[in-house]
Design a protein around this ligand. Structure first.
Ligand SMILES: Nc1ncnc2c1ncn2[C@@H]1O[C@H](COP(=O)(O)OP(=O)(O)OP(=O)(O)O)[C@@H](O)[C@H]1O
Length: 906
């Protein structure tokens, strides 16, 4: 309250003695005049009756006036030294505070009190009881001095004080023409003077401030003509601990706000408006509003709820109101998506505020003491990017449905003495599916029955599980974090939609794909995706267009980037800082002193920054599908990292991020699991063993995966290093990451980097990387192949190397296998004998069992069907033919040929 508003009437007058003196002087002058002309006057008085009457009446009038004046002066002097009063009008906010203070803290002698139900200062418990189970707390009553023109007397610090409430006229005020009765409150005292009364007023103000400092006041925009802020309610604020957010989100947001509020000087020095915007988004009932209020309470700030649904509000009054929001308060705009669905809906429903008016008003939200501005929404994707661009919205935080940690903490909060059961409660619930409000409602139902809360979880699940099945395809799901190569594998095992993932574990996916076991980075990411790791899920979300722009500018804006391939290598001003920094070229200007820069440097920079802004717009349109961004934060950051050396190239290739799924083979880099044995071994640089695998019947990569070291040794004939390496690779031995990584395909950036590290031909490096990768920037060869190729071409010029790569690595055709020399015809008698009957194909069975001569064949006991089967003559036809031949042989006389001596081998 300003001092000018306090009507302090003091009767202490310091001019009384001076007035008295001048009166006495006047009287003396009059007396001397009368004395000097006394004879004439006496004569007139004696003779003229008219004069006699005039003089007599004048003397009488003057005397009475003097007596009145002297009386007044004396009274004023006496009153000023013994009496003081303070008058307060009911328009002033201290009116209620003084009445409250006197009613509460002082005993009134008159005893005429006015009882009034207490409206404010409900505790949050009262609110919860009232809202959740409809149980009302007993109303509290407060007493104040009655306004019946009585004089109330009370004692304040030992001094008697008189309090009078006098009603005045009733006036009609405001746009709504509300009748309001004017009233004055007068405090007076006979002893102690105005000092006592001033003390009383000060004490009343500080008692009220003390009460309010422990409370959170919620202001709303009044719907009256003037649209000012008016206090809607005061309540005890929630503690930040009572709003259970995932991980350390609550404390990091609080720390961010605290840091901002303490950075006043920095904002003043840098000239940046001293404001900070936060957007809390996520499904309903996850604590967005509760957290804003808890944060305000923790920072001892009030909350100004901004509602735009007010017919009297227009762009100007909104801007003025935001500028004039009560000091030490945060401004909260709830469900901002409902206000302007699209920018084209230029006016919010039921209000005169336009979208651009809102943007301008938000830009004006700044104040001396720092202004925190919060927006909440359930649908971030519906927000116009201009509304949430940095500067208007500096921090965007998603509050998701309850994680296991939140579920445990909420259970422990309801049942502190059964906190050990919190884990069992959470383990029955899915993560990120049920809101905290739903859980709170459920636990309130069981607030005296922790066992029931545990037992009835299935019922909770039936009620709360989302009815809609997640129809996102597994391809889109995996693509959000760069794992779409495994989509076919998942589909092969019957998982085509996210909703079909069920309780899939990483080990299942690893069993399905050897390539995933080999690619340890991807496997780790897959594990995070399956577990719903918070950090990955943050990157999993779709990047809204404002974020797309922000990430692009963060990558390329500092320092001046190469805006196209032609710009690379000259004109850039240094290596970048930040997470996307490594690998930037063109740092020639870093050490150059400012005076050595071209005078056109500023112009060039401005042109570049405008070009950069155009590029960012182009990027935003490239990553849209049906008018909305369709790229995840993860995809975008990978893409920006791939092409961080060239903003134009980065934008030109951005369409692949949202392109349709490639159809057919060759559309993207092949997965190891789909390769032939030869191609797979080539990836590992071990293709010389391919023939041995083929001969042993292992023609595809998948057929090799199960082979143990003994088979590799015995059947394939591997030895030493080759045996050790292939055993580790085929078994995806996690203890040999150095080997496994050699099978992994490098991405575009790595391909380019490897070439650029060897040669300084930047333009050729792009072509080299393009040739060896698919549209998504995934390598078509392995790291082992890349290294081997570059080593083999180490002494060739860059152009020759870049040309050779296609022919050698991509157009490569498996060399013809050297033909084995034709085996010589066996010389054994049995072979010639069988050949005559066209049965030479089974001669090997006889030779192998040493049945090579006529004598052996005819010796006793004679050969039977079972004997023939035992030596390998397996078909019935061949067996019968041989038996017939044997009968015939036995009947024939012995010939010299038939008696030929058996060879040594027989
Ligand atoms: N994280 C939380 N911790 C504790 N209580 C919570 C949490 N989230 C929600 N609640 C409880 O759920 C109720 C609704 O919460 P709140 O209004 O803050 O959610 P909201 O996210 O703002 O919802 P909406 O989007 O519908 O406005 C409150 O009673 C609050 O106590």
């Amino acid at each position: 309250m300003s001092m000018s508003d306090r009507r302090v009437a003091s009767t202490r007058e310091s001019s009384a003695p001076a007035l008295l003196a001048s009166m006495v002087a006047l009287l003396a002058i009059c007396a001397s005049l009368l004395f000097s002309s006394r004879e004439m006057l006496v004569g007139l008085l004696r003779t003229n009756q008219l004069v006699q009457a005039f003089v007599a009446s004048s003397l009488f009038g003057g005397l009475s006036l003097s007596l009145v004046m002297i009386g007044q002066i004396l009274a004023s002097w006496v009153r000023s030294s013994t009496f003081a009063s303070v008058t307060i009008l009911n328009k002033d906010e201290i009116f209620d505070k003084v009445l409250d203070f006197v009613g509460k803290h002082r005993e009134l002698s008159a005893g005429a009190l006015m009882a009034q139900t207490q409206r404010k200062r409900k505790t949050w418990k009262d609110w919860r009881l009232e809202l959740t189970i409809g149980q009302r707390a007993t109303p509290r009553v407060e007493y104040r001095p009655a306004n019946n023109n009585d004089v109330h007397i009370f004692s304040h610090n030992g001094t008697r004080v008189l309090l009078t409430r006098s009603k005045g006229e009733t006036v009609v005020t405001g746009h709504s023409r509300t009748p309001t009765q004017l009233e004055t409150l007068t405090l007076s005292t006979w002893r102690g003077g105005a000092v006592v009364l001033k003390q009383l007023v000060e004490e009343a103000i500080s008692a009220s401030a003390q009460e309010e400092s422990n409370e959170l006041s919620v202001y709303v925009l009044s719907s009256g003509w003037l649209n000012g802020w008016e206090r809607a309610l005061s309540k005890k604020p929630r503690t930040v601990e009572s709003v259970i957010l995932d991980e350390d989100l609550a404390h990091s947001l609080l720390a961010d706000a605290r840091h901002f509020l303490s950075a006043c000087d920095w904002y003043a020095e840098t000239g940046i408006p001293y404001r900070r915007g936060y957007l809390l988004y996520g499904p309903p009932g996850c604590g967005k509003t509760s957290f804003c209020q808890a944060l305000a309470g923790e920072l001892k700030l009030d909350v100004c709820m901004l509602t735009l649904a007010n017919q009297n509000l227009d762009d100007n009054s909104l801007a003025a109101n935001l500028r004039d929001a009560p000091a030490s308060s945060i401004v909260l705009l709830e469900d901002v998506d409902a206000v302007f669905v699209e920018r084209s809906a230029s006016r919010a429903q039921g209000t005169g505020v336009t979208f651009s008016g809102l943007l301008n008003a938000l830009d004006g939200v700044a104040s001396q003491e720092g202004r925190l501005f919060f927006m909440t929404t359930n649908h971030i994707d519906r927000l116009d990017s201009a509304l949430i661009r940095p500067g208007r919205c500096d921090v965007k935080v998603e509050l998701r449905c309850a994680s296991h940690a939140q579920q445990r903490r909420l259970f422990a909060r309801f049942f502190p003495e059964h906190a050990e059961r919190a884990g069992a409660f959470a383990s029955q619930l899915p993560e990120y599916e049920i809101s905290m409000a739903q859980l709170q409602g459920y636990l309130l139902e069981h607030k005296t029955d922790p066992a029931g809360a545990l037992a009835n979880v299935p019922r909770l699940l039936r009620v709360t599980r989302p009815v809609v099945v997640d129809r996102t395809s597994i391809y889109e799901h995996l693509r959000r974090v760069g794992l779409e190569q495994w989509a076919t594998t998942f589909e092969h095992h019957g998982v085509t939609l996210v909703s079909e993932l069920g309780g899939l574990k990483l080990d299942d996916a690893k069993k399905w794909s050897h390539a995933l076991r080999v690619d340890q980075l991807s496997a780790r990411r897959m594990a995070q995706l399956v577990d719903g790791d918070a950090a990955l899920m943050h990157a999993y979300r779709i990047a809204d267009l404002a974020t797309v722009k922000e990430m692009f500018l963060q990558t390329f804006a500092h320092p001046a980037p190469a805006l196209g391939a032609g710009a690379a290598g000259h004109g850039t001003t240094g290596a970048p800082t930040g997470s996307h920094a490594p690998g930037r070229h063109g740092s020639a200007d870093v050490s150059a002193p400012p005076y050595s820069r071209s005078p056109f440097e500023g112009i060039r920079r401005a042109a570049e920054s405008s070009q950069l802004s155009q590029l960012s717009e182009a990027l935003c349109s490239a990553v849209q599908r049906e008018g909305r961004s369709a790229v995840s934060v993860w995809q975008l950051s990978r893409h920006l990292r791939l092409y961080e050396h060239d903003a134009a190239l980065c934008v030109a290739r951005a369409h692949v991020l949202v392109a349709e799924r490639p159809v057919g083979k060759g559309a993207s880099a092949p997965l190891l699991d789909e390769m032939s044995t030869y191609d797979w071994l080539r990836r590992a640089g071990l293709e010389e063993h391919a023939d041995a695998f083929d001969d042993a019947g292992y023609a595809s990569a998948t057929s090799m995966y199960s082979l143990g070291a003994d088979v590799l040794k015995e059947r394939i004939g591997l030895r030493d290093r080759a045996l050790a390496e292939l055993s580790a690779l085929l078994g995806a031995d996690e203890g040999r990451p150095d080997l496994l990584v050699r099978l992994v395909p490098p991405d575009w950036r790595r391909l380019r980097g490897a070439f650029a590290a060897r040669y300084t031909a930047d333009a050729l490096a792009d072509g080299f990387a393009d040739a060896l990768s698919d549209a998504d920037g995934r390598g078509k060869i392995s790291l082992a192949q890349l290294d081997a190729f570059l080593a083999a071409h180490a002494h060739e010029p860059a152009a020759a190397c870049a040309t050779a790569v296609v022919a050698e690595l991509l157009m490569h055709v498996r060399p013809e296998r050297a033909r084995a020399p034709e085996a010589a015809e066996p010389t054994e008698w049995v072979y010639t004998w069988l050949k005559r009957a066209g049965l030479e194909g089974i001669a090997a069975c006889f030779i192998e069992h040493k049945l090579c001569t006529r004598e052996r064949l005819l010796s006793d006991p004679p050969l039977q069907l079972a004997d023939l089967a035992a030596i390998g003559v397996s078909t019935a036809g061949e067996q019968r033919a041989v038996l017939a031949l044997l009968r015939q042989l036995a009947a024939e006389p012995e010939t010299p040929t038939a008696n030929a001596a058996p060879t040594l081998s027989s």
